[in-house]
Design a protein around this ligand. Structure first.
Ligand SMILES: CC(C)(COP(=O)(O)OP(=O)(O)OC[C@H]1O[C@@H](n2cnc3c(N)ncnc32)[C@H](O)[C@@H]1OP(=O)(O)O)[C@@H](O)C(=O)NCCC(=O)NCCS
Length: 380
């Protein structure tokens, strides 16, 4: 191959296959998402987040004792170095939870026993540790910024239930814990989405797991990716505050050529299979908590955008109203996405490092012709 690029670029790498992977199967035409070949609908109906982590990290479903072992390891890792809690207490008051999470995860490396070890087993240990720690950081920072005491972890609870306990200071109902558990399963992995690609690019330089996950969190923040769930709720809230008609509000957005957060997808040309579950969770939880308006507004918007633009709701659209009725603040929605997606990021970093090659694509050069000579300062 020539060392000067001549192939035209595919903007945004659309449709480009950039790696082999055995983790996530997506059929964008049929709306299929599967982890290790198991359909997301089966996992949402029957699995737990912990079992899904096992599936992602070890490549198959665990037997009873393997699952128990992983649950115990995750529970044992529910601890943060006091320096991390101290850091959370000292960030500026206006610091966004997503920025705090990114910085704290980077700092976790200082206190990780496996920091300098990049082998397979060390990366599995770091995956388990980071999964527990990320949930704790997200919950603890929300408490600290609200002037509330940090809540001790309960090692007897599931990952989802413990997160809600540490966030809200009270044991969640079984319904709330299971709803979050399903949301965590649905968000766990999604092949080469932007943040996972960022994680793999960083890992492929042989930087460590913490560096890769820090890159991923940076990429997840943007409103075209994980930040969309927060943007969706800000719209629902402003429709509610202004007592606007939901359809009129969105019609105006489209007339101004704005993108409606929570709609469209690079890969799915049909319903995002994750939206199917989140839609019914948003409806059921909204009704059960006496706040059906968020779902009702969302449903009107979905119908309108589908009719007007032929765009389907994606994972972020109904997760916004679901998280709101679970008592989660909107600037915490994207951090909650990270609480789940750490499982997929970690699986991809392990897979990348198990068969690594530096990821280094080329750019199509469009600058001044070569050679374009240096002009001395006095002649410019
Ligand atoms: C997800 C997303 C980034 C995919 O981007 P993409 O594959 O690069 O697709 P494009 O942005 O090029 O969109 C293709 C066309 O659909 C339109 N479109 C896509 N998503 C849209 C949306 N949410 N609202 C309105 N129009 C949208 C674009 O304006 C574009 O129209 P055009 O060809 O007339 O210019 C994009 O759909 C989007 O920005 N969605 C909103 C943010 C979001 O929900 N992100 C979370 C994804 S899970």
């Amino acid at each position: 191959m020539s060392s000067v690029t001549s192939t035209p670029v595919v903007k945004g790498l659309e449709g480009i296959v950039a790696t082999n992977s055995s983790i996530c199967y997506i059929d964008g035409d049929r709306g299929v998402l599967a982890y290790r070949g198991i359909d997301i609908h089966e996992l949402a109906d029957h699995s737990t987040f912990e079992e899904t982590c096992y599936l992602l990290w070890f490549g198959r479903l665990p037997n009873r004792s393997e699952l128990k072992d992983l649950q115990e390891r995750l529970a044992r890792e529910r601890q943060l170095d006091p320096a991390i809690i101290q850091f959370l207490r000292t960030v500026p008051e206006h610091a966004l939870p997503m920025d705090v999470l990114r910085t704290a995860v980077s700092a976790l490396a200082f206190y990780d026993a496996d920091e300098k070890n990049n082998d397979h087993d060390a990366n599995v240990r770091k995956s388990i540790r980071l999964t527990s720690q990320i949930a704790m950081i997200v919950a603890a920072y929300d408490r600290i910024r609200k002037g509330r005491p940090v809540v001790e972890a309960d090692r007897s609870l599931s990952h989802a239930a413990n997160f809600l306990l540490q966030l809200n200071g009270e044991r969640p109902s079984d319904t709330a814990a299971r709803a979050l558990d399903i949301a965590l399963i649905l968000h766990a992995d999604h092949e080469l989405n932007a943040s996972t690609f960022a994680a793999r690019v960083t890992a492929a330089t042989l930087a460590d797991m913490h560096a890769a996950i820090t890159s991923a969190i940076g990429a997840l923040k943007g409103p075209l990716h994980g930040g969309a769930n927060e943007a969706v709720f800000r719209i629902l809230e402003s429709i509610d505050n202004e007592k606007s008609d939901a359809v009129d509000y969105i019609r105006k957005m489209l007339a101004q050529k704005k993108k409606v957060p929570g709609f469209g997808h690079r890969v799915y040309h049909t319903e995002d299979p994750r939206a199917t579950h989140l839609r019914s969770m948003s409806r059921d939880l909204g009704r059960a908590s006496g706040q059906p308006k968020w779902y009702e507004m969302s449903e009107q918007i979905e119908k309108f955008v589908k009719a007007e633009k032929k765009l389907n709701a994606n994972v972020d659209f109904y997760s916004a109203s679901t998280y709101h009725v679970l008592g989660i603040d909107e600037d915490m929605f994207t951090p909650v996405f990270a609480v789940s997606r750490i499982s997929g990021w970690a699986a991809h970093v392990i897979e990348q490092l198990d068969d690594n090659r530096l990821i280094r694509p080329r750019a199509e050069y469009l600058g001044p012709d070569y050679p374009n000579h240096y002009v001395p300062m006095e002649k410019r």
